[in-house]
Write a protein that binds this ligand. Structure first.
Ligand code: AMP
Length: 193
């Protein structure tokens, strides 16, 4: 299955996406991770991306599309993948659809983890990271909300967006996600080992 996973900082996206990729046995494709690897390798793309990333800006769409377009064509993506941090703009969503359409594929599900703003602010404050001050947290959450609206709005009409309640215990949230994925896959989800 090809899944887009979205969730604000503090929603438990790291934990839940790790569980989901191990359950589905598909690669976890985080554009942030791929970009950081490219920066470390000092590849031409990494050098270009570095400027934007260190300024906290989005890397231009054409660079991201090249990066992810090449990655999803690798053999390990044949049975699907989980996209994390991509698409982040309308241009990315549309262009990626075109890439998939060329090989007769499409996104199967968009999983959105939903946690109330005040709960996120509290959770992030507890982490106590230096970039977790109330102002910075609010700014990141606002940025996230704008980005997510674009992405979920784009896929909404296809009926593949699953808004998952991200509050409760991690196991409760996992169970909700697995139900949504089972529904999206039309029951093709493998039983746990
Ligand atoms: P992340 O780890 O997802 O927070 O991404 C870290 C940084 O990588 C972001 O601040 C952006 O500069 C860049 N980035 C990651 N994914 C994308 C994307 N889909 N489009 C543009 N820039 C991205």
């Amino acid at each position: 299955m090809r899944i887009v996973f979205v969730g604000p900082p503090g929603a438990g996206k790291g934990t839940q996406s790790a569980r989901l990729v191990s359950r589905l046995d598909v690669p976890h494709l985080s554009t942030g991770d791929l970009l950081r690897a490219a920066v470390n390798e000092q590849s031409p793309l990494g050098k270009m991306a570095d400027e934007y990333m260190s300024a906290g800006r989005l890397v231009p769409d054409h660079l991201i599309l090249k990066l992810i377009g090449e990655r999803v064509l690798r053999d390990d993506c044949a049975d699907g993948y989980l996209l994390d941090g991509f698409p982040r703009t309308l241009v990315q969503a549309q262009a990626f659809d075109d890439v998939l359409a060329e090989v007769g594929e499409s996104i199967d599900a968009v999983i959105e983890l939903v946690v109330r703003h005040e709960v996120l602010v509290k959770r992030l404050a507890k982490r106590g990271r230096s970039d977790d001050t109330p102002e910075v947290v609010s700014k990141r959450l606002r940025g996230y909300e704008e980005q997510t609206r674009v992405v979920t709005g784009y896929y909404q009409d296809r009926g593949i967006v699953f808004r998952i309640d991200g509050e409760g215990t991690p196991d409760e949230v996992t169970a909700r996600i697995e139900r949504a994925v089972a529904e999206a896959s039309g029951g093709r989800l493998r039983r746990p080992n």
